[in-house]
Design a protein around this ligand. Structure first.
Ligand SMILES: Cc1ncc(COP(=O)(O)O)c(C=O)c1O
Length: 417
């Protein structure tokens, strides 16, 4: 048989299942009227629609009238004004000295930044292991699969009862198993998907452990502003590591904060401990960009840089951001109150300490399955709920269904005693 008589792809292995995509497909095909999709990762408004931030709409109208803007491509490293504004947002208008130590490149959103950062770290450090929290954003896993050749391991993140971060477990895992030049992914705020963040003291301690062992910190900043409502307060972890003298990578996404996930707006920043190697690192980033996507997309970056560099638009953005975070917080409290009102078995206090887009319900896989098959409520098998997908029309239905499912399981447990 000749080489081409059977397909070259006959043995292509299937990829890992993307649960969120699969559940959304089943949800969309479900004819049930009261169905609810709580798996979504994008911000939905009170009508269940994707929200275009008013400040983004206003900026788009301004940009459309600007005849100097074209549809030509940007430089290979991206839009310089956007990159500077993105640095300001993360580092709080850095001094000229700090700027001289940061190599930044515009990327295809946060995922593109994770990718180029992973390639840089892989080539520069040849790490044995990439460490990720045991519950995390699944793209991290996929990015390192794509890069290949680096062992992926998880560190414990949330306590089994979700009452807080398993900080001791995390530190122990790193101290006993991590090695020099390993890389660790850290969510700078509003950890996706547990909603639990380290305290300031814990960040300092973790930074010192990274320093002692020689683990390279790679921050994922996908939700700046979503933890506290204040983007300046939400970058504490990154700034704390920098103050300790650590070099860091930051993958910065504008998908959530500006509601621009379809426009793929992101930036990768590599913060070095001196300016000596900045140009060499920048040249590497430039080279990777060339091989990966050539130039990054321009439209969303124009919107973001226009907003971040205008005093009035920036103020308007802060109001829009606050309206998203306030609504999410109200929904978190609303869900908690609905569960308490119904006396759902178990303690639900942990929901109130979580922050960001998601609520981690701690429902078991079987309970989640029952919610889907009997109540047409779609939740990730980890128990994660996207809070903005709740609204006045569905919150009671969801809380009622959780009550029935949890009660049924606790009665079954008692019967089996
Ligand atoms: C933790 C985390 N990191 C990164 C991303 C990447 O998003 P994007 O590629 O749209 O910027 C997401 C999106 O859901 C996320 O939750």
């Amino acid at each position: 048989m000749g080489f081409f008589s059977s397909s070259a792809f006959a043995n292509v292995p299937p990829p890992p299942v993307n649960e969120q995509v699969e559940l959304t497909k089943i949800h969309d095909a479900d004819p049930y009227e009261q169905k609810v999709n709580l798996t979504t990762e994008e911000y939905k408004d009170r009508n269940g629609d994707l929200w275009v931030l008013p400040v983004v709409r206003q900026t788009e109208l301004e940009l459309i009238m600007d005849t100097s803007l074209t549809h030509g491509k940007s430089r290979m490293w991206g839009n310089g004004e956007f990159i500077e504004a993105a640095q300001d947002m993360l580092f709080g208008t850095p001094s000229a000295e700090l700027r001289s130590k940061v190599a930044s490149i515009q990327t295809v959103s946060g995922t593109g930044a994770c990718h180029i950062g992973a390639k840089l770290l892989c080539d520069s450090l040849t790490p044995n292991t990439i460490w990720m929290s045991d519950l995390s954003h699944t793209n991290h896993d996929a990015v390192w699969d794509f890069i290949g050749g680096v062992e992926k391991r998880t560190y414990p993140y949330s306590l089994p009862d979700r009452s807080g971060v398993d900080f001791n477990g995390m530190i122990n895992a790193l101290k006993t198993r991590a090695r020099r030049n390993d890389v660790i992914y850290l969510h700078s705020c509003a950890h996706s998907s547990s909603g639990l963040d380290l305290t300031l003291e814990q960040w300092v301690e973790l930074g010192k452990v990274c320093q002692e062992i020689g683990i390279f910190p790679f921050f994922d900043s996908a939700y700046q502003g979503f933890a506290s409502g204040d983007p300046d307060a939400d970058v504490w972890a990154i700034r704390c590591f920098m103050e300790l003298g650590l070099e860091v990578c930051v993958a910065q996404s504008f998908s959530r904060g500006f509601g621009l996930s379809g426009e793929r707006v992101g930036c990768l920043h590599v913060v070095l401990n001196s300016s000596a190697h900045r140009q060499a690192v920048f040249d590497r980033l430039y080279h990777y960009q060339r091989g990966l996507t050539s130039t990054p997309p321009t439209y969303g970056a124009n919107i973001v840089s226009t907003i971040l560099t205008s005093e009035s638009l920036y103020r308007a953005w802060r109001i829009d951001l606050k309206s998203m975070t306030d609504r999410i917080q109200k929904l978190r409290l609303g869900l908690y109150n609905e569960l308490i009102k119904r006396r759902v078995p178990g303690s639900w206090e942990y929901l109130l300490i979580q922050r960001g887009m998601f609520a981690h319900t701690n429902l078991s896989k079987q309970q989640v399955e029952l919610l889907r098959t009997e109540y047409h409520i779609y939740i990730m098998s980890t128990g994660r709920i996207s809070l903005p997908a709740l609204n006045a029309q569905n919150i009671e239905w969801v809380a009622g269904a959780i009550n029935e499912v949890v009660t049924r399981f606790s009665l079954e447990e008692k019967a089996n005693l």
